[in-house]
Write a protein of this length. Structure first.
Length: 95
């Protein structure tokens, strides 16, 4: 199944998303400690990037789900990846 996540770059993008969300949470904490327009701007910019990563993961998963060679168990894994990426994106929205 790990080969599945390597196809289309799903696994890499999920890792990038996880790192970005962690950084976004740190930026929110920093902003709450010391509000600044620079940090606020960075929060918005990184949020856009996180949104794009989530969309990319969704497209990659859909491409793999519709591949006739993808087994049922692999389709379930892809749906789980999509759920995780959606939840991570939500965390980044609220910090």
């Amino acid at each position: 199944m790990t080969d599945l996540l390597a196809r289309e770059g799903v696994g890499d993008n999920l890792r990038f998303l996880l790192v970005e969300v962690g950084g976004q949470v740190q930026r929110v904490v920093s902003y709450l400690d010391r509000p600044s327009s620079d940090v606020a701007r960075e929060l918005l910019e990184r949020d856009d990037y996180i949104d794009r990563l989530k969309s990319t993961i969704g497209r990659q998963c859909l491409a793999l789900e519709t591949d006739p060679e993808t087994a049922e168990g692999e389709r379930k894994l892809l749906k789980a990846v999509q759920t995780v990426s959606s939840n991570l994106e939500r965390i980044a929205d609220f910090g």
